[in-house]
Design a protein around this ligand. Structure first.
Ligand code: SAM
Length: 279
């Protein structure tokens, strides 16, 4: 039997042994190069005194890297039961440092399984990636249960997360990420880095929470105002926000925003001030 640098079998052998043919419906594009998964794990910084939450470990390429890089514990939530035997082998090898939870990450409550400090590191399934990110960014109280997020997205989504006002990519994700965290793209990966190769390129985004939001505002209201404003991003705000209140023009003027302005030109501070008008 051949072994990889971490002492476990190469991922191609693991996939063949457990017959883990990728399913498109589960967003399965696997990373099989442990040098690459090691590099992604290191973007999360020192893991030795942290619990790491991983969503979608699949055959375990990133999971193995997180453990090899010294994560105190890894809690990995996987929806595809076919992956569980492969993940159990990793769990045995790493002597209890890996806990695998079989289920849907959208209905999983992480709090009961994790001890702070917590970092989230994942090559996310593309179909639930933004939904999970928005949830992690918009809890009603801050700071959240996590210290940092190191996440793989389609490049276009990654660019939206880090975009600045006035740019084409600026929108809901940029505002929610910039309001109470710092986000940057730390790695770009071509489609060939994955098996099977997706149609688009990907990027890893590293997001660090701020201790306090940059501006006071209610997360749920901000989320609603921003989603409404960018739902019709080419329209003037007086039209795009009309559904929120009949006197939307007065509310815009009350915080010094021209009703003819467009969403993509407002700063995060302006969105927070505007949200306070709707709270
Ligand atoms: N981490 C592995 C890697 O990097 O090779 C696999 C990444 S693959 C892009 C996404 C993984 O998420 C798959 O293993 C898929 O089965 C899993 N997944 C898809 N939907 C899920 C959900 N709702 N909850 C938990 N895991 C999910």
């Amino acid at each position: 039997m051949t072994v990889s640098t971490d002492g476990l079998p190469p991922l191609r052998e693991v996939i063949a042994k457990h017959e883990l043919r990728a399913h498109k419906s589960l967003g399965q594009n696997f990373l099989l190069d442990l040098n690459l998964t090691g590099k992604i794990a290191r973007q999360a910084g020192d893991l030795s005194n942290c619990d790491v939450l991983e969503i979608g470990p699949g055959p375990g390429g990133l999971t193995r890297a997180l453990l090899a890089e010294g994560a105190r514990h890894v809690v990995a939530v996987e929806r595809d039961d076919r992956c569980l035997p492969a993940l159990a082998e990793i769990s045995d090898y790493y002597d209890g440092r890996l806990k695998v939870i079989s289920g849907d990450a959208l209905v999983f409550n992480p709090a009961q399984h994790l001890t702070r400090p917590v970092k989230i590191v994942a090559n996310l399934p593309y179909n639930i990636g933004t939904e999970l990110l928005v949830r992690w960014l918009t809890p009603s109280t801050w700071p959240p249960f996590w210290d940092s997020l190191t996440l793989m997205f389609q490049r276009e989504v990654a660019q939206r997360i880090v975009a600045k006002p006035g740019s084409k990519a600026y929108g809901r994700l940029s505002i929610l990420a910039g309001w109470r965290s710092e986000a940057k793209i730390v790695m770009d990966l071509p489609p060939q880095a994955f098996t099977p190769a997706p149609k688009v390129s990907s990027s890893v985004v590293h997001i660090t929470k701020l201790d306090k939001p940059k501006f006071d505002c209610n997360a749920k209201v901000l989320e609603r105002v921003v989603a409404t404003a960018f739902g019709q991003r080419r329209k003037m705000l007086r039209a795009s926000l009309k559904s929120l209140a009949p006197d939307v023009e007065d509310r815009l003027r009350a915080v010094g925003i021209e009703p003819t302005e467009r969403a993509e030109r407002l700063t995060i501070q302006q969105f927070c001030e505007l949200s306070n008008q709707f709270d």
